[in-house]
Write a protein of this length. Structure first.
Length: 644
């Protein structure tokens, strides 16, 4: 099948593990602080050009380049004065769409808006697709319309000059679908309906056939078999009292059947065929015992290519014969690593393959089926020596109420058989997210400095079924934190952690957990590191009240009959914090306002508590600037050396 492949690889010989010592780091903080050299790589439809997000002068920048020998490696850096890249996509072989997230501060309310640009691969003919002229009486004025301008309903595969966009220009939060010219931004209403629909979904041919929305608490889903068919209601439910009966994820070649995600009898998300006429789930098409189906892939004819699920790590189940062949080939050549298709040409002859593992930050290969060659061309982190990175293993422990908590343990190279290690407990952010097997640059930074690291997927984390996620309801400052702290106690009981050298470190909700754990378990940790943490639940609650989606998503997990917002706020419990704290926060954080960190640090200092507060000027929630990553790691390195 796949014979004669040319491999250009970096081969790593495995040296004997060096003797453990918490001394000189094996890899510098500057190396870990480098932004990834490559990520989000996408081929043009013909496969002759490539676009990717790269580290360019310390910022993540969109770079386009030619792989056509006739263009001699021509490349271009596409940067914007403000905002950050959300996504990009090739519209044609010559033109791209780029979505940019832009922070806004309007009358004291801070939020994010998106702008959608189209431009040629060589930066020519740029246009903001939604900034157009609008008539008002006899006057014409320029006006930027919807808050979110990048909700593409279809890229219209048979019409390369247009895309379909959902824009709430006529009615806030209830968009119509517009057909937009990618060259000049001209648009016309394509789908207009009087009902309160806030999201649209098109089939692979670009026909809008599903709508989602509602009024107050009454939600509904509408459907039509074709562009000429009438809309019909296929679901209606109370958004407060009931869960949605299903979540559409794709269309079937049979127009009477759609593919939907629904909680199966085993309690995990699975994909079924749903018959619109009979209102029945007619076939289970994707499921996995003990795991949710998280992604569902189809081709241009609505045929099922495969699906993804996570247990300890990511797994892609390929149902398409070509995808199976590529999967079998990459499994053979990259054993014990994860190889995934990052992008491919329209004719499925050219592919970008990403290969990674806990100790492989990410290598990229170009597979050309025309020549039967696969060539290595880049790595995500060029300054990291794989021999010095730590493997990751899956573990489980019981929380105090008996719930089984999945976790990942990483130990320093050379310390695998040692006991009583200096240890960092590292809960993930979100909290509606999860940690998974693979390269984690925070974890590897810590293990190369001699620290054991435990990451846990506490109750409320995603990917473990609806019941596990729902166990987090009303437990934001309760049992979710107990799960984290029980992981620390497990590390001590197993002999991994030295109880006198135990620290907790996290970002966002993980940063909140790091601070509030000092309140709940004042004798457990010797220090804490919080990056962009929530410190005031009252402030968070007030911020969420301004945004309907955030309020509906988060409040069921925050509100508790047993604890007040003050009870679960680190800023209101500083008197209980008696260990050193390192807090890092960016001034332009739009996810957790900078005032959370600033106010907490001020009150800590007023009470003469041990705190080091680092302000990242113009920093966001994600350490997006290279200088901020390096600063963060440098401060963490010094703080842990001093306190552990």
């Amino acid at each position: 099948m796949f014979r004669g492949f040319l491999f250009i690889l970096y081969l790593f010989s495995i040296a004997p593990a060096a003797a453990y010592a918490q001394a000189k780091p094996s890899i510098s903080a500057e190396a870990f602080g480098q932004l990834p050299s490559f990520k989000s790589i996408k081929l043009s439809p013909d496969g002759n050009r490539m676009a990717s997000l790269r580290n360019y002068k310390g910022k993540t920048t969109l770079i386009t380049q030619s792989m056509d020998p006739a263009e001699k490696g021509e490349w271009h850096a596409i940067a914007f004065d403000e905002g950050e890249y959300k996504w990009f996509k090739w519209l044609t072989n010559d033109r791209l769409a780029v979505s940019v997230r832009i922070p806004v501060n309007e009358n004291g309310v801070k939020y994010i808006t998106t702008r959608l640009f189209a431009l040629d691969w060589d930066k020519k003919n740029p246009i903001n697709l939604i900034k157009t002229q609008r008539r008002t009486g006899k006057n014409i004025r320029n006006r930027v319309m919807s808050q979110f301008q990048d909700k593409v309903v279809s890229f219209l595969p048979d019409d390369p000059d247009h895309i379909l966009l959902a824009l709430d220009h006529e009615r806030v939060n209830h968009p119509f679908v517009y057909k937009v010219n990618i060259h000049n931004g001209k648009r016309n209403i394509h789908v207009k309906i009087a009902s309160s629909i806030d999201r649209w979904m098109a089939d692979k041919k670009g026909v809008v056939r599903l709508g989602f929305g509602g009024h107050k608490v009454n939600n509904r889903i509408i459907y039509r078999e074709s562009k000429a068919a009438a809309w019909q209601e296929i679901a209606n439910y109370d958004a407060v009292k009931d869960d949605a009966p299903f979540h559409p994820v794709g269309f079937s070649p049979d127009t009477k059947i759609i593919y939907v995600s629904v909680t199966a009898e085993n309690g995990f998300e699975a994909i079924f065929g749903y018959n619109i006429e009979t209102e029945e789930f007619v076939k289970k098409v994707a499921s996995q015992e003990g795991a949710d189906i998280t992604d569902f892939y189809q081709d241009e004819q609505e045929n099922i290519l495969g699906y993804r699920y996570y247990d300890d790590m990511s797994h892609v189940v390929n149902l398409d014969r070509l995808w199976q062949r590529i999967g079998n080939m990459t499994a053979k050549f990259f054993p014990d690593q994860q190889a995934t298709i990052a992008s491919h040409s329209k004719d499925k002859k050219k592919f970008i393959i990403k290969v990674s593992s806990a100790v492989t930050p990410g290598d990229y290969y170009f597979l050309d089926l025309n020549t039967n060659k696969i060539d290595w061309f880049s790595e995500a982190y060029s300054g990291l020596d794989a021999e010095k990175l730590s493997p990751m293993k899956s573990v489980n422990y019981k929380a105090r109420d008996g719930l089984e908590i999945p976790a990942f343990l990483s130990l320093p190279i050379g310390a695998e058989s040692r006991k009583n290690l200096p240890t960092v407990i590292m809960p993930h952010g979100g909290p509606f997210a999860r940690d998974e097997y693979g390269f984690d640059y925070w974890v590897q930074f810590l293990t190369t400095r001699g620290y054991a690291v435990l990451q846990m997927n506490y109750r409320g984390s995603t990917g473990y079924g609806a019941a596990f996620k729902e166990l987090g309801e009303k437990e934001w400052g309760g049992k979710m934190l107990d799960d984290i702290n029980d992981g620390a106690k497990w590390m001590i009981a197993q002999g991994y952690a030295d109880p006198s050298r135990l620290c907790i470190l996290g970002g966002s909700y993980g940063g909140y957990a790091a601070l509030q754990s000092l309140v709940k378990e004042p004798d457990l940790y010797k220090c804490a590191v919080a990056m962009a943490p929530v410190t005031s639940m009252l402030r968070l609650y007030k911020d969420f009240k301004k945004f309907k989606d955030l309020r509906e998503k988060y409040m069921p997990y925050i509100r508790s009959e047993e604890d007040s917002l003050s009870d679960i706020s680190p800023v209101n419990n500083i008197d209980k914090i008696n260990v050193p704290v390192l807090l890092v926060h960016g001034t332009k954080d739009r996810s957790v306002d900078y005032r959370h960190g600033e106010t907490f640090a001020k009150k800590m200092k007023q009470q003469k508590k041990d705190i080091r507060f680092i302000t990242l000027k113009d920093g966001d929630h994600y350490l997006s600037l290279q200088k901020h990553r390096i600063k963060f790691f440098s401060e963490v390195e010094k703080f842990l050396e001093k306190n552990l």
